[in-house]
Design a binder for this molecule. Structure first.
Ligand code: TRP
Length: 327
């Protein structure tokens, strides 16, 4: 049988190079290797830390455009929206009965999110329990592999535990999925310190213009040595720029290091900015051609496909639980 992957994102805004090399590229590669691919746009999950819903619909549309423009061919994969699949909510209820609160409270990613937002002691039940809902996102579709970033590994561990627990209670219904990390789970931002992220303002966005890219790269943090050498420990900022160059030009870091060995930081930065612009160009060109009505069509088809898988899946769950009633 064809292997299946499922992964997804929260629709909270535009994507950047960290997303691209951390997960999008991986997804495109897997899709092209013939994996059956499901991508969930987790709109309910956005509500874990905010009540403002005004941007969600727009962000969903933008996200689909990002997906398609980086090469996720919508005729070959299923892109769907979480809130359009009621069975996900049903499965979340069932899972919440077989998982202990003490287990959920040990999730380092949730803890970090709560810390980051100063939500201490004042966060929603949905924030606390979203990893259980994410387990439903995953298991309802029975994927073999879940390509994710490092921060999602605790959620995957919980998902695997829930799958095993359910299977041992009610019979083998769920595949126990394996996580798969992208090739660059730790691409740093231009501050050379934190992981690339939009909220930290240290990211190159997929839709950045030439001027923006140039400006951002020229002011990227390095060090005062002005000596080009790849060493992420002693020269994190500079090494990250070399890494970025190697990624966007698809050459090894070693080759990039040799290429710039005798140059200075300014030369490296100028070449890097050009290389990034060149890398982004086809993505941006493709993005411009995608209309809102095409996005609508993609999601309509995706939701339909996801609904048909979900209906079968939830019937299997209820039969196993002897709750597939005749009335
Ligand atoms: N939590 C993921 C993120 O913030 C998004 C997500 C929701 C997800 N459901 C998923 C990822 C299922 C993988 C599988 O990026």
């Amino acid at each position: 049988m064809k292997k299946r992957i499922l992964t997804g994102d929260r629709p909270t805004g535009a994507l950047h190079l960290g997303h691209y090399f951390g997960s999008l590229k991986n997804r495109v590669d897997l899709l092209n290797q013939g994996y059956e691919t499901f991508i969930i746009i987790a709109d309910y999950q956005v509500l874990t830390d905010r009540h403002d819903t005004s941007l969600i619909e727009k962000n969903i549309v933008e996200l689909v455009k990002d997906y398609v423009s980086v090469g996720l061919d919508p005729s070959k994969c299923t892109i769907f929206v979480q809130s359009k699949i009621p069975e996900l909510a049903e499965l979340t209820v069932l899972f919440s009965m077989i998982v202990q609160t003490s287990r959920v409270s040990r999730n380092p990613t949730v803890k970090e999110e709560i810390n980051k937002m100063d939500l201490e002691g004042n966060f929603s039940l949905g924030m606390f329990s979203y990893p259980v809902s994410q387990a439903a996102d995953i298991l309802l579709f029975n994927p073999n592999v879940v390509p994710v970033g490092e921060d999602q590994l605790p959620h995957l561990e919980l998902t695997r535990e829930i799958a095993r627990k359910f299977n041992s209670l009610y019979g083998k219904v769920f595949v126990v999925p394996k996580p798969l990390l992208g090739s660059e789970p730790r691409l740093l931002g231009l501050d050379g310190h934190d992981k690339m992220s939009k909220s930290r303002g240290n990211a190159i966005m997929l839709k950045d213009t030439r001027e923006t890219v140039l400006e951002k790269i020229m002011s990227a943090k390095t060090d005062s040595e002005n000596k080009i050498k790849y060493n992420p420990t002693t020269k994190p900022g500079l090494s990250n720029l070399l890494k970025l160059y190697s990624l966007v030009t698809n050459e090894s870091v070693k080759t990039t290091e040799m290429r710039f060995k005798n140059g200075n930081y300014k030369e490296l930065k100028e070449s890097l900015a050009e290389a990034i612009v060149k890398f982004l160009e086809p993505i941006q060109t493709k993005r411009k051609d995608i209309t809102n009505s095409q996005v609508k069509q993609i999601l309509k088809m995706g939701n339909q496909e996801a609904l048909s898988v979900s209906a079968k899946s939830i019937a299997k769950v209820k039969k196993a639980m002897k709750m597939y009633y005749g009335f």
